[in-house]
Ligand binder design. Structure first.
Ligand SMILES: Nc1ncnc2c1ncn2[C@@H]1O[C@H](COP(=O)(O)OP(=O)(O)O)[C@@H](O)[C@H]1O
Ligand SMILES: [Mg+2]
Length: 272
């Protein structure tokens, strides 16, 4: 293809076995270096779409191209294609427990680079530099399963970054994180984007969209693309956000400065 298209979805449809469609007629191109947010209510199909991008499941209709080549089960059964694809694309699952299996954090982060058959010294260098970048020094010897949710998320991210993928796919990465860890995560994503990575984040958290997207794809509850555009424009479109169930009737994008002066006395219930 020669251009900078990372993914191209052509009329992609998906339904799980004996289930109604989860994705309907999705047409989408994702370019190298973009920060994309896939926004949608629970059940809209965000995770399904990301699994398709990562070649974990395959469209039941239409086709997907990755780096200009068809991303099919057949192609991924080819060792060379598969290892090239897996080197380029890293997926951070919503549930970190599904991703962590090593006896300690150091081994967890080293696992990917060891699979790449890199020299031992380079593996150590990579692991140490990721540990430093993400501030994981105190966790080095800890078994992942004993860590907190936020720490697990950090280690899962580290274990993917150590492969040095071009594309990062993150499924609801801020779910269940405390506010400080959420901020930490957003800053890491901004840094990675500045380093040239393509970042594809699924979320329903409107608060982080502006920071982690330069383009937003909105999935509706009936599993089509409901809107696509710049974060500012998407977040301003209350009618659309309401329709796709991402906000409720009383949502205000800018709470401050919204001093409309009407009292909220109707919320006060006085007992007599
Ligand atoms: N493994 C599965 N088998 C059957 N249905 C599934 C499976 N995974 C997800 N679904 C269904 O597909 C729809 C979309 O799910 P999902 O992609 O997880 O949405 P989201 O990530 O936006 O919450 C939901 O109705 C969900 O119940
Ligand atoms: Mg999901």
């Amino acid at each position: 293809m020669g251009d900078n298209t990372v993914f191209e979805l052509r009329n992609v449809n998906y339904h799980y076995l004996n289930e109604p469609p989860t994705l309907k007629d999705i047409n989408l191109k994702i370019y190298s270096g973009e920060k994309i947010v896939i926004l949608g209510a629970n059940g809209s199909g965000k995770s399904t779409l990301q699994r398709i991008l990562d070649g974990l499941i395959f469209p039941t209709g239409g086709e997907v191209l990755a780096f200009g080549k068809k991303l099919t089960e057949e192609n991924l059964n080819d060792q060379k294609f598969s290892s090239e694809f897996r080197k380029k694309v890293g997926f951070i699952f919503q549930n970190s427990d599904a991703q962590l299996f090593s006896p300690n954090v150091w081994d967890e982060i080293a696992f990917g680079p060891l699979q790449l058959d890199l020299p031992k010294s380079e593996v150590e260098e990579r692991v140490e530099s990721i540990i430093k970048m993400l501030g994981l020094e105190p966790l080095r010897e800890r078994p992942p399963y004993k860590l907190s949710g936020g720490e697990k998320k950090k280690v899962a991210i580290a274990s993917v970054l150590s492969i040095n993928p071009e594309v990062l796919i993150l499924d609801e990465p801020t779910n269940g994180l405390d506010p400080r860890t959420q901020m930490w995560l957003v800053e890491v994503l901004i840094k990675l984007h500045q380093a040239g990575k393509t970042i594809i984040t699924a979320t329903h958290n409107l608060d982080i969209v502006k920071d982690i997207a330069d383009r937003v794809i909105v999935l509706s509850e009936d599993h089509v693309i409901a809107a696509e555009g710049k974060p500012e424009d998407i977040l301003r479109d209350r009618e659309m956000l309401l329709k796709v169930n991402l906000i409720g009737e009383h949502y205000h994008e800018h709470r401050h400065g919204d001093d409309s002066g009407h009292g909220h006395s109707h919320f006060h219930h006085h007992k007599h």
